[in-house]
Design a protein. Structure first.
Length: 184
């Protein structure tokens, strides 16, 4: 099958190179993987719960992470699910706002903080987002979001925010399963 720009093998190679660059590109921000694992390890050691929230594709990726964390034995809940308990001071909210903020993300982060919970915000725009002010920890995920999608071919990247979160979460799971957080 031809992709229009070459073979499937060529496209797969481009994607693999792009994935490698996501985690190796120098940044002024601490690595999102390190922040994510540190926060999850801290909450797990305190027997706290993990709450997750995001909208759109980011929300779908957080729902997938929620299930993976539950499979690993953590008490994990997606905000607004029927069985989600109230957040407490022992808990962590992991929220995603790729373009920096959404009114629902802002409100949920604010409520979590007002109840003493920690907030880890995943965003592609840490300097300008409205949700940043509600976070204890801001994890920068270098990605294209709908906010900077100009619609032109040159503005598109191979992997938008939702896909990058999928990769971040998959690697986070590997780190937790293999007990590698002691190396971070």
């Amino acid at each position: 099958m031809d992709t229009g720009n070459g073979s499937m093998a060529s496209l797969a190679s481009q994607i693999c190179n792009h994935i490698a660059s996501i985690f190796s590109k120098p940044s002024i921000h601490p690595p999102a993987l390190d922040l994510m694992v540190a926060e999850l390890a801290s909450i797990a050691s305190q027997k706290g719960r993990v709450f997750l929230y995001g909208v759109g594709r980011e929300g779908l990726m957080l729902k997938a992470l929620c299930m993976r964390l539950a499979h690993l034995g953590l008490s994990a809940h997606f905000v607004f699910d029927m069985t989600t308990p109230p957040i407490t001071s022992k808990d962590l909210l992991v929220a995603s706002a790729g373009p920096g903020g959404f009114s629902t993300v802002d409100a949920i982060c604010s409520v979590a903080r007002s109840h003493g919970g920690r907030v880890l915000l995943l965003t592609a725009q840490p300097e300008t987002g409205s949700s940043v002010k509600h976070a204890n920890v801001v994890a920068y995920v270098a990605a294209q979001t709908m906010a900077d999608d100009g619609g032109g071919e040159k503005s598109r990247t191979l992997l938008p925010m939702g896909t990058r979160l999928f990769l971040l979460f998959a690697i986070t799971r590997v780190v937790i399963v293999n007990g590698l957080w002691t190396l971070i």
